[in-house]
Design a protein around this ligand. Structure first.
Ligand SMILES: Cc1cc2nc3c(=O)[nH]c(=O)nc-3n(C[C@H](O)[C@H](O)[C@H](O)COP(=O)(O)OP(=O)(O)OC[C@H]3O[C@@H](n4cnc5c(N)ncnc54)[C@H](O)[C@@H]3O)c2cc1C
Length: 668
């Protein structure tokens, strides 16, 4: 994500560290490692209750949760293999982009935007390994804001309202950030004891402290918790890091999953969903050049991400009929798959400043490596990121529409390679690299959090190994571009704050050929159009409300769900990883609730809670009963005194909602 530009552009100690990376890796190979889940040996034609395609952020969490049910059999297929060591050490996150564990997607050239990008296209990195993009992302922990989920609920039903999604954010979370845990007012919104650690301290880099001061001078409130629902300002993010190592749904959930009911097939490229008479019955996959068919007795679940999920749906006949017919694909369901693609649009503003502005307080030498290997501390263990959230107008100060993510880049940084990975063209990267030989660089990523523009994903061909066509659609709505003069000028105003003024900070306007001889605001708009990149948060291509329903079932097809970032009907105001985990947690409960009833034929009338019987509880006769909800919604129940008597019920919901009902439930 954008805030990782610190590392993205090779600032801080990373510069020195990358240069000695080879020695470091030699040392770490035996000292940093992980036992990844085993690859299964499976018979062609095998049957499972559930088949999940893609072991990314969503697929890893979902597979782990479904495998909690002993008599569910689950097959999880992943096109990539085990993550490399760089996926564990936080400071090395940037080295994974444009590598063999990245799908290396790009957008299609449109001749309207991206003139200052390499080949006129946006880079779209995505993880191709266990953990998916959750194994290469920047570990920033964000959730979006309540109004994002009010919007979802109005489209897809109350499952997705803020109160409900908050429960699930808290369920997965183990908050240890010392800026938050000691503050009861903040902790109301956080979980302890969940699977994924969310950590942080106030020991942040010198430059981050200086940026916080600068934003305060510019009138931003400093906030201690960037996820706090009703307050925005500038602050440091918490990160999904545990003991100096990346924490993710892979490491925290899949690695600890029940391996008797879960089968994982790595390096298995799913090429098609088999749909017969309107029901998804299995998938086709290729592993080691061999074709496999696997069958699902209950459901096929797509968790292949915003670009590959729509591709698989379309290859299988689910998509816009005109597009499918143009490729000779038989249409099984005519749905707007692939449309509604959107992302946070990001434009970089630049300042130069005197040497010493960034003050690299991390030692640029092998001590960092030794520190890391000794006790997982130091620069390598961290991912400091901050942002300033801005509202659309001062009348709505609790909801951000934009964000500024600043980074300070010391002189002589290996800026060029990060610049090219981000996607800027050779000329721009050379110009910025040359400036960095003389000055320190301050980059401020200006990001639009609620774009109106929409793009689409289409098939390139019927060959499943061809990448999908990604029409990013950035600035297809001119209003989105109109915000950038204000945003970029706000970013530039950091040069007028005390510390940066004392370091002779000044704005630089990189040369963008298409934008010469324009007035300032016109130049900013022109430059923004030319330099805009993805912030790597693309969503929406199998959206709730148009492609899937509120239970994430594909409309008009039985036995097929989508569970990943593509179901977001509208992008949330923040980084998308934790929301994708939340989506997977909710999906797991929806699936468990659905099958726990229809599968066991449970007689729920035999259920009593405290002195209440089923008949005295209005919810109890409904098929989708959830014990935690019954308890939560019933004032008469004192949850510390609950005893549950259940006959012939699979206690799926009880164990799964353990965090809701604590360990005070005794099941007789
Ligand atoms: C560079 C980068 C930095 C980011 N930084 C942050 C951040 O700091 N904080 C944050 O909150 N969010 C961040 N994000 C966004 C976040 O990581 C994603 O939104 C999230 O991981 C998406 O999860 P997903 O499950 O939808 O897809 P993914 O995690 O991408 O998972 C999809 C999985 O499906 C597999 N797959 C695809 N096609 C097939 C197939 N045909 N057969 C088998 N397997 C297949 C893929 O290999 C992959 O493992 C970042 C994203 C990127 C790319």
């Amino acid at each position: 994500m954008v805030c990782g530009l610190t590392s993205c552009l090779g600032s801080g100690a990373a510069g020195g560290l990358f240069s000695s990376a080879v020695q470091f890796f030699a040392a770490t190979q035996c000292l940093v490692g992980e036992t990844w889940p085993k690859d299964s040996v499976l018979q062609n034609g095998s049957r499972y209750d559930f088949i999940i395609v893609g072991a990314g952020t969503a697929g890893s969490a979902l597979a782990a949760r479904l495998s909690e049910v002993a008599n569910f059999s689950v097959l999880l297929l992943e096109a990539g293999g085990d993550p490399p060591i760089e996926a564990i050490i936080p400071a090395f996150r940037e080295t994974l982009k444009a590598s063999s564990v990245d799908w290396n997607f790009t957008s299609v050239e449109n001749n309207i935007t991206s003139q200052a990008l390499k080949r006129g296209i946006e880079q779209q990195p995505r993880g191709k390994m266990l953990g998916g993009s959750g194994s290469l992302n920047h570990m920033v922990y964000a959730r979006g804001f309540p109004s994002d989920y009010h919007e979802w609920a109005s489209i897809a039903g109350e499952t997705w309202n803020w109160t409900n999604v908050l429960k699930y954010f808290m369920k997965t979370e183990h908050m240890t950030d010392t800026n938050i845990v000691n503050n009861p007012e903040l902790m109301v919104y956080h979980g302890r004891g969940g699977a994924i650690e969310v950590s942080g301290t106030n020991e942040v880099m010198f430059s981050i402290k200086k940026f916080l001061q600068a934003f305060e001078e510019l009138g931003f409130k400093t906030v201690p918790d960037m996820t706090y629902p009703n307050s925005i300002g500038a602050g440091c993010f918490s990160h999904t890091i545990r003991n100096g190592e990346r924490d993710s749904s892979l490491r925290a959930l899949l690695n600890n999953a029940n391996s008797t009911s879960l089968h994982i097939l790595k390096d298995a490229f799913v090429t098609k969903i088999i749909i017969e008479n309107g029901t998804a019955i299995g998938i086709e996959a290729v592993k080691d050049d061999e074709k496999f068919l696997f069958y699902a007795d209950r459901e096929v679940i797509l968790s292949a991400g915003t670009f590959n999920t729509p591709k698989l749906l379309m290859l299988s006949g689910v998509g816009p009929s005109e597009h499918l017919r143009s490729l000779g694909i038989d249409v099984v369901a005519d749905l707007p798959v692939g449309s509604n693609l959107h992302d946070h649009a990001m434009v970089l503003a630049f300042l130069v400043a005197d040497n010493g502005t960034c003050v690299s307080d991390e030692a640029e030498n092998s001590m960092e490596a030794i520190k890391y290997l000794y006790d997982r501390t130091g620069f390598l263990a961290k991912a400091d990121n901050m942002a300033a959230y801005l509202p659309l107008s001062s009348s709505e100060p609790t909801v951000p529409e934009f964000a500024l993510y600043p980074t300070c880049i010391p002189q002589f940084s290996p800026f060029r390679s990060g610049c090219l990975t981000l996607g800027l063209n050779e000329d721009l990267c050379t110009e910025l690299h040359n400036l960095n030989q003389e000055y320190e660089l301050v980059t401020i990523a200006a990001v639009l959090l609620k774009p109106k523009s929409r793009g689409k994903v289409e098939l390139n061909s019927i060959n499943p190994f061809d990448d999908p066509l990604i029409y990013a659609g950035t600035f297809s709505e001119e209003q989105d571009l109109d915000h950038f003069p204000r945003l970029i000028k706000m970013a530039w105003s950091i040069a007028d704050t005390n510390y940066f003024r004392s370091k002779n900070a000044r704005v630089i306007k990189p040369w963008v050929e298409a934008c010469s001889n324009l007035t300032e605001s016109a130049w900013i708009k022109c430059m923004s159009r030319a330099m805009v990149t993805s912030a790597w948060h693309s969503v929406g291509t199998a959206a709730m409300g148009t492609v899937v329903d509120g239970d994430l079932k594909v409309l008009g097809i039985n036995g097929l769900r989508v569970v990943d970032a593509s179901v977001m009907p509208k992008i949330i105001r923040g980084n998308t990883n934790a929301p994708v985990v939340m989506i997977a947690e909710i999906a797991a409960d929806l699936i468990k609730e659905h099958y726990s009833v229809s599968r066991t034929g449970t007689n729920l009338n035999n259920m009593t809670i405290g002195n209440l019987t089923a008949s005295s509880m209005p919810n109890i006769s409904q098929p989708n009963i959830n014990l935690a909800d019954v308890i939560e919604n019933n004032d008469m129940i004192n949850s510390s005194l609950i005893e549950v008597e259940i006959t012939n019920v699979e206690i799926i919901t009880t164990t799964d909602r353990q965090s809701d009902i604590d360990d005070t439930v005794n099941v007789a």
